[in-house]
Design a protein. Structure first.
Length: 520
């Protein structure tokens, strides 16, 4: 080891929420950990940043209710200022003022049913039944989400035992619930929700999370699986945005003595004779470790950071065909007034979803199939200044918008003119619900999938590092790496491209840390 090299037990590539979670769990168990981050700030897609003077916006992830709390509790992050709400957050489903007053899906089911009853008493009753059924299957799905996947490629009784336990837990649901789950998991989410509800507004609002970050519409097969996974993951959200999680993890890492290097881009994962030996940065600095955990996307890890000869052709082929077609745009608006919807102007809204019917959702998806962005995109809205009043001047607000669908591979490519056209489309949608919004804009920012790729380093600008489709969730990202290990000894995957997928969960990081510790 030369004088300019440093040795660690584990090097974590990427300081996003999964990388930080993995680093914290490893350091808690006595490992000497180094985290290297290409950007000047930590937090990855969960980091809050100023987008205009005096205005701050959250990262790409609006929904903090999907956080897996068990590893966070183990890290005692409540001592670092992390706080959770008692109930899931409420989501407003607005309507154009001429169509109605919209619908507030309260985080507490009975309260939500009261609001639904004003539109449809029958759907209100169905909503409670729907919620009860989700609760009945939640423990089984969480068992799939929050455990290291079985070793599908290994033989022998030890590797059959996890599969046997999952089969038993499925049977414990009872025949009716088990058969219903098996029946609906491959169905389009539109068909699934049509069986429960009549009101389009309710169906569109509930279906939306199943479509975010995907290459699917509500009529696509197996989109019900995404909805069930989302419901199972939902719990108590943070009392604020995702940056609170990053602050708490950073404090915990400092208490464990973890080193975090920013402005430190990895040029190559060093491997000798099929074994990792460390990383080399673009500035030539080398850091030595027998184990490296990559929280960046699987494609970037295998195709950009490893030597060409390090992996077999079969593995390279599978990684190349791991689908990661980004379809999400992020837009920030700095407004000189609070956000108010015309259909219910007295309501202070923190979260909202648009559009108000499933046909518009399907049409929005149709565009990306032809490498176009939607004329009427579906929008996931978050108003961070409801809680973070210091993120904008007094009396002003910030509106953070996740825009679906807009393809990474846009016909003709992304440029400023295309971004302006998409921004006009977004504003056209917003004006139907907030008619005076445009005249109150102080500043705005739009990040195309290309911009997201450049800023956060995620392949093709995919916010989940890889699409959430049934085939890519059962074995994620590829069979050789389904348990966070890779064909390179000592190299592990700990990001959203691994089980159980993307979003703000911290599960890939926590489970990967468990796999790393078990490998000792």
């Amino acid at each position: 080891m030369s004088m300019d090299e440093k040795r660690y037990d584990v090097i974590v590539i990427g300081a996003g929420h999964n990388g930080l979670t993995a680093a914290a769990r490893l350091a808690q168990k006595g490992q000497r950990v180094l985290v290297v981050e290409k950007r000047s700030v930590i937090g990855g897609m969960a980091a809050a940043e100023e987008f205009a003077p005096g205005y701050k916006a959250p990262g790409l992830f609006h929904d903090t209710s999907t956080l897996w709390q068990q590893p966070l509790n183990t890290l005692k992050l409540e001592h670092c200022g992390l706080k959770f709400q008692k109930h899931p957050h409420s989501v407003f489903l607005p309507q154009p003022v001429e169509d109605g007053k919209g619908l507030l899906l309260h985080g507490e089911p009975l309260q939500a049913a009261k609001d639904i009853a004003q539109l449809s008493p029958g759907d209100a009753e169905s909503y409670l039944d729907y919620h009860d059924w989700q609760e009945k299957i939640r423990s089984f799905i969480r068992g799939l989400l929050y455990n290291i996947p079985p070793a599908f490629l290994k033989e022998g009784p030890p590797n059959l035992w996890p599969l046997l336990k999952k089969s038993v837990s499925l049977r414990m649901l009872g025949e009716k619930n088990m058969m219903e789950l098996l029946r609906v998991v491959t169905t389009p989410v539109q068909d699934f929700l049509n069986e429960w509800f009549h009101t389009e507004l309710i169906k569109a609002g509930l279906a939306a999370p199943a479509l975010y970050g995907t290459f699917t519409g509500p009529r696509s097969p197996a989109t019900t699986a995404n909805l069930l996974l989302y419901h199972a993951a939902c719990h108590q959200p943070l009392a604020g945005d995702a940056s609170l999680l990053i602050d708490a993890l950073e404090n915990r890492l400092h208490s464990y003595g973890v080193e975090i290097l920013t402005d430190a881009e990895v040029q190559e994962i060093l491997a000798e004779k099929g074994q990792t030996v460390g990383v080399q940065l673009t500035d030539g600095q080398r850091y030595t470790a027998q184990r490296v955990a990559a929280s960046c996307s699987p494609k970037h890890t295998f195709l950009d950071l490893l030597p060409v000869t390090a992996i077999a052709h079969k593995t390279e082929h599978r990684i190349q065909h791991f689908r990661a077609r980004g379809t999400t745009v992020k837009m920030h608006l700095a407004l000189r007034k609070p956000v108010r919807f015309a259909c219910r102007p007295a309501l202070e809204v923190e979260f909202a979803r648009i559009p108000d019917n499933m046909l518009d959702q399907e049409k929005a998806f149709d565009a990306v199939k032809y490498r176009q962005f939607s004329q009427n995109p579906i929008l996931d809205l978050y108003v961070p200044t409801v809680r973070h009043t210091d993120w904008a001047p007094k009396g002003h607000s910030v509106l953070s918008v996740l825009v679906h669908f807009a393809p990474y591979h846009l016909e003709g490519g992304w440029d400023e003119q295309q971004k302006e056209m998409l921004a006009d489309n977004v504003m056209g949608v917003l004006r139907r619900y907030i008619p005076d919004i445009q005249e109150h804009i102080e500043a705005q920012e739009l990040l195309s999938p290309k911009d997201i790729e450049q800023r956060y380093g995620t392949t093709e600008g995919h916010i989940f590092h890889g699409e959430h489709s049934l085939d890519q969730m059962l074995v994620r990202p590829i069979p050789e790496c389904a348990q966070y290990t890779t064909p390179i000894k000592g190299l592990f995957l700990c990001g959203s491209g691994s089980h159980p997928g993307g979003g703000l969960t911290c599960a890939p990081g926590a489970l990967a840390a468990q796999a790393i510790l078990q490998s000792e």
